[in-house]
Design a protein around this ligand. Structure first.
Ligand SMILES: Nc1nc2c(c(=O)[nH]1)N[C@H]1C(S)=C(S)[C@@H](COP(=O)(O)OP(=O)(O)OC[C@H]3O[C@@H](n4cnc5c(=O)[nH]c(N)nc54)[C@H](O)[C@@H]3O)O[C@H]1N2
Ligand SMILES: Nc1nc2c(c(=O)[nH]1)N[C@H]1C(S)=C(S)[C@@H](COP(=O)(O)OP(=O)(O)OC[C@H]3O[C@@H](n4cnc5c(=O)[nH]c(N)nc54)[C@H](O)[C@@H]3O)O[C@H]1N2
Ligand code: SF4
Ligand SMILES: [Mo]
Length: 678
């Protein structure tokens, strides 16, 4: 009998999740048999989520794509035949060369997001390739763009406190963030803070896992958080709970903010937000009296027409009570500012033949495919599943059905988007790749070495775009490079946070923490134009926005009686894992939470199948009468695949291509609908 060769190797979780965990993977005879959290990694601390514990089931899934395929049936039918990579490259480069020869490279549109967060495979060789081609630029704004812009107006950059410091916080607001499902290591830090006496309050439109875990839950009507923040400021100012010394030294525009907050007494804010006035006052008092206090600002609250302003307003709060610079005090929306790499060297925007090439917002894919001029006639999808995740899905799918559109999809599976593909290309899992990972929440960079052989004829995004570049005859010195060379280019940046951090260190230890000697950034060196926390922002005024926080209602016609919020669920990551049996079983089926009063008024009962609709589309789903939401609000979690889930029409049939107030962000949660029993 042959002995089993068994070893534990280091890996990184590649998914679009703030935690970017370090993994210990057990390999027997070159096969992954189990996956665990790495106990040595300071943030992971040996704990990972249930999704990734069974990632080997995804890697070795019987449906994994292993070779390139060409469409044989009509679009929408998933009929394909196997072809070789040479044939695939020939098909693609023939079209790309023709577009370049005819001087219309803008007819080519790349469409990608962060299905794999590795820098090389998410924003590396692909960017370089499409720049060289002169293709249309994609504004990748589907996730956090509105909030990032709003936070930047107040604080200057996507930078908050080190999450490891939040164990010291004494009062915590988890605001529009479902951390038990979406950021489990923040929960671990806050559990420690709670042991040391902290109180945790969750502000959300939905009583979910995080609300149950928190000490207090405050339900709020969707899209009204700016009013709540202003109401808190009103009380803080009136009751002299502000830190005026801090404000005088580190903030700008306090007088303007005081005048504005005056307009938001608790009674008015209560009418807007659905929160009783006494709860608003109590919340403001607790926040105002606590130190250090910490606000974890989520992505949920910024998927709205007014989402940028909501984050901008909330980000003003820690300044009012002087929290920045105190260990465990401040806020955290995202920390990608610290890990910014040398994007110029990696992405090579200088290769663009025309710097004025048009740019298309990914939230308006439907419109881009149906109505842009010049038309998009080549769509290249990778790291994303737009037929499910993009808003206004009926428009998106109508666009994808166009006979004169050539679509390539590079993925590990036959996603719903592949239904509309002319060519489907097989992607490696990240276990098969070398890459560099940063987190948008914690402060560690991690190097990933391949831990299993490439499966079938799969290619990583890096290899695919490198080989496409070489097939196009592009400069070998630009395209014929190794992963290691590109990682070194990424790290080659003059940044205080990366100072002295080397490839060799990452290779030796697996990870390295970025240098952030506290309190280096806050509050002394705020990267805003004025160098201060901007309660009043001249830049916003110039951009046509109110310079101080102001509540502006969402933008959907009131004739549709219900507000619909369709966030992510616990067991999938966006639409990833929507085809994994184990995780689908845990989520059971798509449901919609509804308040009992609304259900009674509509004659609906728990378990009824309902039709939800608006002018953009409709969706059938099972009702859950759970009083997890305020009256007038409906919440559904999870981005389910249509393929393999008969009768399910995904929720993005109902959402809009409208853009948020700032940053060109998505407005998924500013959706109004009607509902009836089927
Ligand atoms: N398990 C799991 N983890 C994930 C993901 C996943 O799909 N599943 N997705 C990953 C990605 S890409 C992202 S961007 C993050 C997102 O993770 P989070 O930052 O947690 O954002 P969401 O889950 O979109 O929304 C958070 C909460 O905001 C609430 N919400 C919606 N509208 C409002 C509002 O107007 N006000 C307030 N106060 N709350 C509101 C929602 O009910 C939801 O509970 O998670 C990442 N991690
Ligand atoms: N209604 C509604 N819609 C939403 C959201 C919501 O909360 N509600 N959330 C929005 C948010 S925050 C986000 S971030 C987006 C996310 O939207 P997407 O970025 O599209 O995320 P996923 O659905 O996870 O799809 C990622 C795809 O990439 C593939 N993939 C993984 N690794 C690789 C690789 O190495 N190479 C290639 N070529 N492919 C790979 C996966 O198999 C998967 O099919 O969805 C948005 N859509
Ligand atoms: S999905 Fe998030 S929590 Fe789960 S292993 Fe990956 S990084 Fe960690
Ligand atoms: Mo996201």
């Amino acid at each position: 009998m042959q002995a089993i060769e068994s070893k534990i190797v280091r890996s990184v979780c590649p998914f679009d999740c703030p935690d970017t965990c370090s993994l210990n993977v057990k390999i027997e005879n070159n096969l992954i048999v189990s996956i665990d959290g790495n106990p040595d990694h300071p943030v992971t601390q040996g704990a990972i989520c249930n999704k990734v514990r069974h990632l080997n089931e995804r890697v070795y899934h019987p449906d994994r794509l292993l070779y390139p395929m060409r469409r044989t049936g009509p679009k929408g039918t998933l009929e394909f035949e196997r072809i070789s990579w040479d044939e695939a490259y020939e098909e693609i480069t023939k079209r790309f060369k023709a577009a370049m020869d005819d001087n219309r490279p803008e007819s080519i549109l790349p469409y990608s997001f962060y299905g794999n967060m590795g820098i090389l495979n998410a924003e590396g060789m692909d960017r370089r390739f499409f720049h060289r081609l002169g293709a249309s630029q994609l504004e990748r704004t589907i996730c956090n763009a509105a909030g990032a812009a709003g936070y930047r107006y107040t604080m200057g950059a996507a930078a908050g406190i080190d999450p490891e410091d939040t164990v010291h916080s004494k009062f915590v607001l988890v605001w529009g963030c479902n951390i038990v499902s979406t950021n489990m290591h923040q929960v671990m830090y806050l559990n420690e803070a709670r042991k040391r006496g902290a109180k945790i309050v969750h502000i959300d439109v939905h009583r979910n896992r995080t609300s149950i875990w928190a000490d207090q839950f405050i339900p709020i009507l969707p899209g009204t958080d700016t009013a709540l923040a202003l109401g808190m400021m009103h009380v803080l100012i009136k009751e002299k709970l502000t830190n005026n010394e801090f404000i005088a030294q580190y903030a700008k525009g306090y007088e303007e903010l005081v005048a504005q907050a005056e307009q938001y007494p608790p009674e008015r804010v209560s009418q807007i937000t659905g929160i009783p006035p006494e709860d608003i006052i109590a919340l403001a008092r607790e926040y105002g009296n606590a130190t250090p206090s910490f606000i974890r600002i989520g992505n949920g609250l910024q998927h709205h027409d007014n989402g940028g302003m909501a984050v901008r307003a909330i980000a003003c709060l820690p300044a009012l009570t002087g929290q920045w610079g105190i260990l465990g005090g401040g806020a955290l929306k995202g920390n990608s500012y610290y890990s910014a790499m040398n994007t110029f060297k990696v992405e090579r925007p200088d290769l663009m033949p025309d710097r004025n090439v048009r740019s298309i917002n990914m939230n308006r894919l439907g419109e881009a495919l149906l109505a842009s001029d010049p038309a998009v006639d080549f769509l290249f999808v990778y790291n994303s599943n737009p037929a499910v995740v993009a808003p206004d899905q009926n428009q998106v799918r109508q666009g994808l059905m166009r006979d004169d559109l050539f679509t390539v999809v590079h993925d590990l599976f036959l996603t719903d988007t592949c239904k509309y593909a002319d060519l489907v290309l097989p992607a490696t899992s990240h276990f098969e790749n070398r890459d560099l990972f940063s987190s948008y929440w914690h402060l560690y960079l991690q190097l990933h070495e391949p831990i299993i052989d490439v499966m079938g004829e799969c290619k990583s995004n890096f290899t695919l775009f490198k080989e496409l570049g070489l097939h196009m005859g592009f400069e070998p010195e630009v395209f014929d490079i190794t992963e290691e060379q590109m990682i070194r280019q990424a790290l080659d940046r003059n940044s205080p946070f990366l100072d002295g951090l080397t490839y060799e260190e990452l290779e030796r230890d697996g990870w390295a923490k970025m240098k952030l000697d506290r309190p280096s950034l806050f509050p002394d060196r705020i990267p805003t134009p004025s160098g201060k926390i901007e309660l009043y922002s001249a830049a916003m005024l110039r951009a046509g926005l109110p310079p101080v926080p102001e509540y502006i209602p969402i933008n959907e016609p009131e004739e549709w009686p219900f507000l619909l919020v369709t966030g992510p669920n616990h067991s999938f990551i966006n639409s990833t894992f929507g085809n994994q049996h184990r995780l689908k079983k845990l989520e059971k089926q798509p449901t919609i939470d509804m308040h009992a009063e609304d259900a009674a008024a509509r004659g609906l009962q728990h378990g009824d199948i309902v039709r939800i609709w608006n002018a953009r589309g409709e969706c059938r789903i099972t009702v859950k009468v759970a009083n997890n939401v305020l009256p007038g609000v409906l919440v559904s979690q999870g981005l389910w695949w249509e393929h393999g889930n008969d009768g399910v029409q995904a929720v993005n049939a109902l959402t809009s291509q409208r853009l948020s107030d700032m940053g060109g962000g998505a407005t998924f949660f500013s959706t109004r609908v009607d509902i009836e029993k089927v």
